[in-house]
Design a protein around this ligand. Structure first.
Ligand SMILES: *Cc1c(COP(=O)(O)O)cnc(C)c1O
Length: 830
């Protein structure tokens, strides 16, 4: 007999069912209505792209309505707004994430499925918004989600790059770059605001004019470009206050130059137009590397000038008095790329609004804050003084005055210490140093993990720290657990919701309750079943997209992040060659079957990084096809690492490789994504790995390698001799020799000998700058420890689940709370 409940539902349940049907009818009507009115199509005639766009537009309606109301409320309630300035926002796809955050995912899934459509198919129609290189841009994206979830008002500001980060294909054993024309098929999320365009000026000369109100600067003979804003609403989880992502697009001020056009010189007539619009054409594909190129400087000034002009206009329109600006706006500078916002606001306040220097400088000092993301010198932004001065003459003058005043202040603290002052100076040796400008002006300067926060105080910016001890702090990065659990790992989301409810999606602290489940054997089994499903999903995805077959019954050991020498993909490869050697030497040796998964884009101009990709592919070719290792060791390279690929790979990982040279990965956020999804970290004591170690405890992580102190001692005294490790460690020597002994056939056989030489002798540089040989033995032991833990299934499932259970503190909601307490002081919209 059926339970009476099903035979006779009570009134409340009848009502709930009716509401649900009504809601789904409404969603269906919305989608069909969009198809009809936007595309003139019925469901039967529509393409997948049109169905995607209709779903997206119907979702957008819901968000835009909240957004419009919320932005009015910000004014009514007199709330301060954060401007988060970042040259990169690595947003990924929006559709399903928005459905989750609006609590509409299930309804849309069901409505579409009733129409015979799978949401997964529809989702794939959306192009990733790939407006970033890696961690720095993805952090900005996570922050918008958390700020909105916490109902804090924010506008993220950047460039509407027409081409995002290149897409990567693997062809003939190497990386090939394909352009990312992501706006090609149109973008349903953006709302152009041509009525809010502003003009950005470059070049020209300055002229000083004495007026009855004092000295006035006249900027003449400049050329200008229009900045057109495109706004994207970004909604957090169950939020009242959608964030705004404002992307500026460059447009020529005049159409065609009719002077030339009328004389038949059509190419010349178009030239000015093209020169202007190239500014927002393409994202520079370099991560942790700056190369002082003029177009990049133009880009940075373009979006910061436009943002500052917009902020001042808006404030004047709403409140009139510019002296209250710091009560209503606070600006976060994400890495130094947006630093020009500081002198630009000075320029606007003084030259356009007639404010005096001291007043304007005081306002800037109260509004700007700076996040440092790296201590590597090749990544520190510096500009050649003459080029800068020619492109931005007024901004240059302002920076010079800031520097003069700053240096005379330093002179009082360090009388006579020229060396120290020239090291701290904003302009020196014909270069402008953007980090120094930020530190001189901003109220707070933060590092992005505990370790990194300490390193910038004690080393990188020590002299500044002595003068401004209260400016410096460390705030550990985070990731939004909406995208990295709820979106990327729906099976895990359901499992967690079954046990602790879904409140953790709004309140990350509820994730701590997962720890209560670690002694529940059923939960642990279900947790591992979720992992298995995710491994199968990755297996099927790889089959479909790259025709590669992998075996889900092996360890998935994943190293996914930008390709950079300091991230040490090469160390991982050397270790794989060592395992290969073990098996070749003694085919009877039992190795735990393991699938080594790499994913990494190399900057197109970074020859050694591209070479390391060639090596990974060559080693894959070797071990995957050798009968002695086939089925035991498999190496795969997943193309085009991006947010959407990360969403599939990370939930499938057993081991998370976080093996940077200690001291060089400021935080890392990939490490947090893996941990949250139940992968166990094999890593160095670097960046936020240190805090993952503190959170999970030493039994639930595999730490290896030199510490930051060890490395910095070797750096200081120059005592490291990689050749000695090569001589003394047979495993290492044999692994390295594989690079040059003909095992790895390459078209141009100099390629891998270059890598070999760079480790043992150094070419232009020191040998083995990143201490691979130093850490090899320790890494090898770390890997062995991880594999034996994996072989103990009972131990492993507890380890994996512990990682998820302890990951709440790495939610970017916690990060945003800290920024808000210590820096921004925003009030939530109510
Ligand atoms: C999180 C993320 C990164 C950053 O990874 P790290 O391991 O911290 O360097 C880079 N790219 C994408 C696509 C990401 O999602």
């Amino acid at each position: 007999m059926l339970p009476s409940k099903i035979l006779k539902p009570n009134e409340q349940e009848v009502q709930a069912m009716a509401d649900n049907i009504a809601k789904k009818e409404e969603i269906k009507t919305q989608i069909l209505g969009k198809l009809k009115r936007h595309f003139g199509k019925t469901l039967e005639e529509a393409t997948k792209d049109q169905i995607y766009k209709s779903c997206a537009l119907s979702i957008r309606d819901v968000i835009v309505e909240k957004w419009t109301d919320a932005n009015k409320q910000v004014l009514n309630q007199g709330l301060k707004r954060l401007y988060y300035l970042s040259a990169e926002f690595l947003m990924g796809r929006a559709l399903v994430n928005n459905m989750i955050n609006l609590h509409l995912l299930k309804d849309y899934q069901e409505v579409l499925s009733d129409m015979g459509i799978s949401l997964d198919d529809i989702e794939e129609q959306e192009r990733d918004a790939g407006l970033g290189n890696g961690g720095l841009g993805r952090l900005a994206a996570c922050f918008l989600d958390s700020l909105s979830t916490l109902d804090l008002p924010v506008t993220g500001c950047s460039i509407r790059y027409e081409f995002g980060l290149f897409r990567q294909r693997i062809l003939d054993g190497e990386q090939v770059e394909v352009d990312d024309n992501w706006l090609e098929a149109g973008n349903v999320w953006e709302i152009p605001r041509p009525e809010e365009q502003v003009e950005v000026r470059y070049g020209g000369e300055l002229e000083e004019i004495w007026t009855d109100r004092g000295l006035k600067i006249n900027h003449k003979n400049y050329y200008s470009v229009l900045a057109i804003p495109y706004d994207y609403p970004v909604i957090g989880y169950m939020s009242k206050m959608p964030a705004t992502l404002r992307l500026w697009s460059a447009k020529a001020k005049t159409g065609l130059d009719m002077h030339y056009f009328n004389r038949g010189d059509y190419a010349r007539a178009m030239q000015e137009r093209e020169l202007a619009e190239v500014i927002s054409k393409v994202l520079y594909p370099e991560d942790n590397h700056e190369q002082g190129r003029q177009l990049r400087l133009k880009q940075f000034y373009f979006f910061t000038s436009a943002t500052m002009q917009h902020m001042v206009h808006k404030h004047k329109a709403n409140y009139g008095d510019l002296h209250t600006l710091p009560n209503y706006f606070t600006v976060q500078i994400n890495d130094t790329h947006p630093t020009l916002a500081i002198p630009e606001l000075m320029r606007i306040l003084m030259d356009e609004e007639g404010m005096g220097w001291e007043e304007a400088f005081d306002i800037c000092g109260r509004m700007f804050n700076y996040t440092n993301h790296t201590i590597m010198s090749e990544a520190l932004e510096r500009w050649e003084e003459d080029m800068f001065k020619e492109l931005l003459p007024r901004i240059y003058e302002i920076i010079k005055v800031i520097n003069d005043k700053f240096c005379s202040r330093l002179w009082d603290v360090y009388p006579g210490e020229w060396d120290k002052i020239s090291k701290m100076s904003i302009i020196a040796y014909k270069e402008i140093r953007m980090a120094n400008l930020c530190i001189a002006v901003c109220s707070k300067v933060n590092g992005v993990s505990k370790l990194h926060g300490e390193i910038i105080k004690s080393r990188t910016f020590r002299d500044f720290y002595v003068v401004f001890p209260d400016k410096f702090l460390g705030i550990t990065n985070g990731i939004t657990h909406r995208r990295w659990i709820a979106k990327a790992n729906q099976p895990l989301t359901r499992l967690l919701a079954d046990h602790i409810g879904d409140g953790f999606l709004k309140d990350y602290k509820e994730m701590d309750r997962i720890a209560d489940l670690l002694d529940d054997p059923k939960f642990l089994d279900d947790f591992m079943e979720v992992k298995r499903q995710n491994k199968i999903r990755l297996r099927d995805h790889l089959k479909k997209t790259q025709c590669i077959e992998i075996n889900e019954n092996t360890i998935f050991d994943v190293h996914a992040k930008r390709l950079h020498e300091y991230k040490r993909q090469l160390l991982k490869v050397l270790h794989i060659l060592h395992l290969y050697n073990l098996k070749k030497e003694n085919p009877a040796v039992q190795l735990e079957p393991c699938t080594f998964i790499f994913a990494a884009k190399a900057s197109p101009g970074y020859a050694r990084a591209k070479n390391i990709i060639r090596l990974i592919l060559a080693v894959a070719d070797l071990v995957n096809n050798d009968p002695d290792t086939r089925g035991v060791l498999q190496v795969v390279f997943i193309e085009n690492y991006s947010v959407s690929e990360a969403e599939i790979m990370i939930p499938a990982a057993d081991i998370s490789e976080q093996i940077s040279t200690a001291g060089l990965e400021a935080s890392g956020t990939g490490n947090m994504k893996f941990m949250m999804n139940g992968a166990v970290t094999l890593g160095t004591m670097d960046g936020a790995n240190v805090e993952i170690y503190e959170a999970v405890g030493e039994d639930n992580i595999f730490i290896f390698g030199a510490t930051e102190r060890e490395i910095s001692r070797m750096e200081r005294y120059g005592t490291y001799k990689p050749g000695e490790y090569y001589e003394q460690n047979t495993d290492l020597r044999q692994a390295l020799n594989r690079l040059i002994d003909g095992t790895l056939p390459v078209a141009n056989d100099r390629q891998f000998s270059d890598l070999y030489h760079s480790l043992l002798f150094g070419d232009m540089d020191r040998a083995d700058k990143y201490y691979l040989l130093y850490d090899f033995a320790s890494y090898s032991q770390g890997y062995e420890r991880a594999v034996s833990a994996y072989q103990d299934a009972a131990r492993w499932k507890r380890m994996a689940a512990t990682n998820t259970a302890k990951s709440g503190v790495f939610s970017s909601d916690r990060t945003i709370h800290e920024y808000n307490d210590k820096i921004w002081r925003l009030r939530e919209m109510t």
